[in-house]
Design a protein. Sequence first.
Length: 617
Amino acid sequence: MNPFIQLGIRHDIVNAISELGFENPTPIQEQSIPVLLTGSNDFVGLAQTGTGKTAAFGLPLLELLDFEENHPQALILCPTRELCLQITNDLKNYAKNMRNVHVVAVYGGASISDQLHQIRRGVQIVVATPGRMLDIINRKAIDFSKVGYVVLDEADEMLNMGFQEDIDSILSTTPDEKKTWLFSATMPSEVRRIAKKYMTDPFELTMGTKNTGNENIEHEYYIVRARDKYAAFKRIVDFNPEIFGIVFCRTKIETQEIAESLIKDGYNADSLHGDLSQQQRDKVMKRYRERSLQLLIATDVAARGIDVNDVTHVINYSLPDEIENYTHRSGRTARAGKTGVSISIINGKELGKIRQIEKTLGKRFVKVEIPTGFDVVEKQLFALVHKVHNVAVNEQQIEQYIPRIMDEFKELSKEDIIKRFASLEFNRFLDYYKNAPDLNAPVDESRRMDSAGTGDRSSRSGMRSDFTRLFINLGSVDGFSRGDLLGYICNTAKISGRTVGKIDVKGVYSFFEVPNEDSEKVMTGFKGADFQGREVRIELSGDGGNESRGGASNYKRREGGDRREGGFRRDGGGSSGGRREGGNRETSSAPGGGGGFRDFSGKRREDRAGGERRRRF
Ligand code: AMP
């Protein structure tokens, strides 16, 4: 039997949600649906966004209301227009096979007369943001005297946005005997207070431990110098070729600056912040949803209610002022049972904030090293190889060119052709990253952090100052393990195994440490060495980035914005769309104007949100 039927949901709803791909209930649905279906409890659910909470309250509502009657029976309050539309849309989808179900979305920044018209025609479920709802109540355009259920969704966000008074006023127009269901990602004392105020003996459900956040999110942080932050951020993005991320900044100006720098550098990025008009916001969100944008640069307020599945990374370009906001930010990834990574790029002084968030979430954050230029090169190379392997071939279109292509390649073996295709991009990456500096904060600083027990898994931070780190162009793809490489180094350079320090075997290259006084000897020992006919290169892996590991030419790379093109184009092209890198040092750009900025729904609340009541670091 379908598990939703077992939970007590009727067939026509189950058929509709099956079409949406709901095969099994999510944990919150499993636990809340049977309770809410009784219709006799107040309810508090501590749950992140993306856990399936809309259906957790939506399905029981559809079961409990009387759709023969055309008056408001349920009111759902939520913080943003986006969420309001999302919930409305979801409910309509769930009720697709039911008759006479009327749901109206009530939110600011859109024509009130349309909303009033829909209300007059008769609705049973009102989904609303508080400001516009109160406006309509004050116009005496709606009668809530027969409302049986009120849902407060993302209650913490509504309070953060300063909606407390509006909620009070709205709820005062609903009957005392109604049931109230409250959902919140976090449970600050203000939410506790409203739970107490509006509910009697609520059934409480906590998904995961209190404030723990989503178990499927990995939390990582990188320590960089303030001046290297943008470059480090780009390096992290480059190291994740398939990234589909939301990047959080603290201010609107910062979002604009970062987005403009990224666009200038050729990335698929745009900003979302409170000064954009609703139309501009919608446009940005549409592009993001459609994946024309790979990176969305947002402020906390602007990102509220963003409901996009498959976000792979949340990047805290700046840490939020309030710990709760960290939970909200990271909750934008790992939705609907998927996994995700929440990254924070911090300077050494901000480590204390990380410790506080760790404590609040009860989760350990992992310190990660900013990838080296070579790490990025390797990652991009294999991403390219993967793309070539998986590319859809348009047989019909390509057919006419095949004879000429084959003719051009007739002298080359399969291996030669593959090498050339890979090198086309690989050489450019190699050139581009050849002088890439180490962007991790200085060793001393990291060491200090280590003693605080950060769970550091870096190899560099443990390096001794009397050792030199050397690069070698051999790695695991050449069949080397650490032990093999140690043997090979000792044999070739004629040094004792005991003198070799840390060995870090990567894919096509490795690093190893030798005492400073032995580094010359090792480099000399490798002069003229070859491995299976290939020249073996040993180089200093210095932080200064002066040493050259590749070719010399400058290049610009750009990735097709249309996402059909997987590789990197040589041409510069326009600045919107693809990803282009113009140099491995960060570029700073002036804050740009979006032009014609207008207010948007909730803006008033942003200003009011103040934050004094919120937990600050
Ligand atoms: P929500 O937390 O309600 O915003 O839901 C997050 C996402 O999970 C939405 O895209 C839902 O469509 C999806 N979802 C909710 N419940 C289920 C389920 N039982 N099975 C599969 N997907 C679900």
